[in-house]
Design a protein around this ligand. Structure first.
Ligand code: HEM
Ligand code: HEM
Length: 176
């Protein structure tokens, strides 16, 4: 079987997303445990302005997630035939979209009943499930070689940053 190869723009956007999502997940958990905790708290506290730290991770994540989403819907469309890839994308959009609708003062003021806060908490659970299924599906379909192909630094000719616009343009033409 040929070694799997992932386009460089996909690797860049997917890699940045896959670094920031776990950071958002963990800092979100620390926000929850220190400010809400209705369903339980972590058995320890780590001092820190977790709402601000999480907000900063979120500010870095949302533009990257937006570009990644646009990539997945255009040049990456064929990969969305995999249901687990679609689920990872939907969970990402839900987490980032509801995060954008959050107000940083709600939790500080004890306001836990906002709709978007409920959606944001649900998205936190869903994204963990979706990513577990996504990684499971990747490993089932292509094992470690497919998983590793997403972290590889190898570049083929015709897949350099100068080719990215062309790749998107071509995917739009084929779609019509
Ligand atoms: C993987 C899970 C999560 C992701 C991807 C995520 C993502 C985001 C994003 C993109 C923002 C918007 C930042 C901005 O542009 O201002 C945000 C805001 C926020 N999120 Fe999350 N979040 C997650 C989990 C959580 C959890 C579990 C909590 C805890 C209750 C939480 C609490 C908040 C709060 C309080 C804000 C407002 C912060 C601010 O605007 O400074 N998030 N989140
Ligand atoms: C942490 C958050 C992650 C999110 C939101 C995410 C999301 C996605 C999405 C939406 C796609 C389809 C892209 C397209 O249509 O072009 C994809 C593909 C892929 N992801 Fe992830 N992913 C994440 C983590 C991971 C991790 C940790 C691995 C390593 C095992 C991984 C390996 C892959 C691979 C190999 C593909 C290409 C699969 C294929 O050809 O079907 N992803 N990912």
């Amino acid at each position: 079987m040929p070694r799997p190869y992932q386009p460089s723009l996909l690797r860049l956007l997917h890699g940045a997303t896959a670094l920031l999502v776990p950071l958002a997940w963990i800092t979100g958990l620390l926000v929850y445990s220190s400010h809400d905790g209705r369903f339980g708290r972590l058995p320890f506290t780590i001092p820190g302005e977790w709402i601000d730290i999480h907000g900063t991770v979120g500010v870095l994540l949302w533009p990257i997630a937006l570009l990644f989403g646009l990539y997945a819907l255009t040049a990456g469309r064929a990969r969305l035939h995999q249901p687990a890839n679609v689920m990872a994308l939907v969970a990402l959009v839900l987490a980032v979209g509801s995060g954008k609708m959050m107000d940083e003062d709600w939790l500080r003021e004890g306001q836990f009943d906002h709709l978007f806060y409920g959606v944001h908490l649900l998205a936190w659970l869903l994204i963990a499930l979706a990513i577990a299924m996504h990684v499971g599906s990747v490993l089932r379909r292509g094992g470690l070689p497919l998983a590793r192909s997403m972290a590889s630094l190898q570049l083929r000719s015709g897949d350099l940053p100068g080719n990215w616009l062309d790749q998107i343009r071509r995917s739009l033409k084929i779609g019509r």
